[in-house]
Design a protein around this ligand. Structure first.
Ligand SMILES: Nc1ncnc2c1ncn2[C@@H]1O[C@H](COP(=O)(O)OP(=O)(O)OP(=O)(O)O)[C@@H](O)[C@H]1O
Length: 350
C-alpha cells in the first residue's frame, strides 16, 4: 500500500500533506446522483478515452481502478490512504478512480461530481499541488466538455463548489494546541474567516490523533491564486501558534510533557488491545516526542507509516484475513508492539 501522507517536505513536523481537488462535470450527463447505471458507465468510458489520449504527454501514466472489481477491504484501504473519499467507496457500483504511477495525482469518477481531479503532496506545498492539478484539469478540459457558465463559473452538483470547483486543504498535526485547549477556538475562528476544519477522513469524519484538515469554504467570486494564498496565510499562522504552544509546554511543563510522551510509549509497547482511536492518540504523543527530540528510537516517517498501517482495512490486509473489531484491537496492539520494539515499519508497510 502507498505511504500517501508520510511526512516530508516543508514544515513536515506539523503539516502532513497538502491537497488540491477540482470538481468538474460534463455537460452531456446529469449529475451523478441522477444518473442511470448505463450513463455512469458511458461517462467512465468517455473519461477513460480522454485519459488515454493525454497518456503520451504524461511521464507518470494513470491506471483505472473500478471499485466494483475490488473487495470492500481493498476499497477501504484506498480511503485510509486518502486516495479516495469515503463517499466514493460507498458507491462501488458506478464509481472508480484513476491514479498516476507516483500516486501524486488521482481522479475520482462519479463521486459527488463526475470528476474530482486531485493532487496530494507531502508537507506544505499548495502551489505545487495546484500546478499539477491545474495542468491535468487543462489537459482534460481540452478533450471533455466541462459544464461552465459565464456568470457562475464551473457548475457542480453541490452549490457550495460552484465557481472554481476548487477545494484546497492541508492536514495538520496539532498536538500542543489541542493539549492546551486552543483547538475549539481555532476551529471557530477559521470558520468565521471562511475555512472549514474537518477530521482526518474529511467531511463528517471524527477528529483523531490530533490531526485536523483545514480547507477553503468559498469557491465563488475568488480566483485560485487568492484561495491558495488565503489558505497559506492562515496555515502559516496556525503553524506558528503550534510551534509556540510546543515551546511553552517545553519551557513550563517539561516533566509533564516527558511523562505523557513516555507513558504513551509504554502503553504502545505493552498494551494487549488497542482501538484505532487510542492508538492514534498515543502515536500522536510519540510524534510530538520525536519532533521535540524526546524520543530518538523512531522517526516521524516511521510513525506516519504506522498510523496508516493500523487503520482497520490496512491492518486486515496486512494480516491477510477479515477480522472482527475485538480481534483487530488485539492484532493492532501486537503489531504496534512489534514494530516499536523491533523497528522496521517500512519492512511491513508496502
Ligand atoms: N490535505 C489533505 N491531506 C490528506 N488527505 C486529505 C487532505 N484533504 C482531504 N483529504 C482527504 O480527501 C478525502 C475527501 O476530503 P473532504 O471530504 O474534506 O473533501 P472533498 O470531498 O473534496 O470536499 P467536499 O465536501 O466539497 O465534497 C478524505 O478522505 C480526506 O481525508
Amino acid at each position: 500500500m502507498s505511504h500517501s501522507i508520510s511526512p516530508a517536505g516543508p514544515h513536515q513536523d506539523i503539516v502532513i500533506s497538502s491537497r488540491v481537488r477540482i470538481a468538474r462535470n460534463l455537460v452531456s450527463f446529469p449529475f451523478p446522483h441522477r444518473m442511470s447505471s448505463d450513463q455512469s458507465l458511458e461517462l467512465v468510458q468517455q473519461v477513460q478515452q480522454a485519459v488515454t489520449a493525454i497518456g503520451p504527454h504524461d511521464h507518470h501514466p494513470f491506471r483505472w481502478i473500478a471499485l466494483r472489481d475490488i473487495n470492500p477491504v481493498d476499497r477501504q484501504t484506498y480511503v485510509e490512504d486518502h486516495l479516495i473519499s469515503p463517499a466514493l467507496a460507498d458507491n462501488p457500483e458506478n464509481g472508480g478512480f484513476f491514479i498516476d504511477s507516483q500516486q501524486r495525482r488521482s481522479m475520482m469518477v462519479n463521486e459527488e461530481d463526475h470528476l474530482r481531479i486531485q493532487c496530494m503532496l507531502k508537507g506544505l506545498q499548495l502551489e505545487e499541488a495546484w500546478k499539477e492539478a491545474d495542468q491535468l484539469d487543462d489537459r482534460l478540459g481540452r478533450l471533455l466538455p466541462f459544464a461552465f457558465d459565464e456568470t457562475f463559473g464551473y457548475l457542480t452538483a453541490c452549490p457550495t463548489n460552484v465557481g472554481t470547483g476548487v477545494r484546497i486543504s492541508v492536514m495538520l498535526h496539532l498536538p500542543a494546541l489541542t493539549l492546551l485547549g486552543f483547538i475549539n477556538g481555532l476551529i471557530h475562528a477559521a470558520g468565521q474567516l471562511g475555512f472549514a476544519v474537518r477530521g482526518v477522513f474529511g467531511e463528517g469524519s471524527e477528529y483523531m490523533g490530533n490531526l485536523y484538515q483545514i480547507s477553503n469554504q468559498i469557491t465563488l467570486g475568488l480566483q485560485e491564486p487568492e484561495i491558495i494564498s488565503n489558505l497559506e496565510d492562515i496555515v502559516l499562522q496556525v503553524i506558528q501558534k503550534e510551534r509556540m504552544a510546543r515551546k511553552n509546554l517545553l519551557s513550563r511543563q517539561r516533566i509533564d510533557l516527558e511523562d505523557k510522551v513516555h507513558r504513551s510509549l509504554g502503553i504502545l509497547t505493552h498494551a494487549r488491545r488497542l482501538s484505532r482511536k487510542e492508538a492514534m492518540q498515543y502515536l500522536s504523543d510519540l510524534k510530538l516526542g520525536v519532533s521535540l527530540g524526546m524520543i530518538s528510537t523512531c522517526t516521524l516517517d516511521d510513525l506516519h507509516q504506522l498510523i496508516e498501517l493500523i487503520q482497520p482495512a490496512n491492518l486486515q490486509k496486512h494480516c491477510g484475513e477479515l477480522l472482527r473489531e475485538v480481534e483487530r484491537d488485539c492484532r493492532r496492539a501486537e503489531l504496534v508492539r512489534k514494530i516499536l520494539t523491533e523497528g522496521g515499519v517500512s519492512d511491513v508497510h508496502e
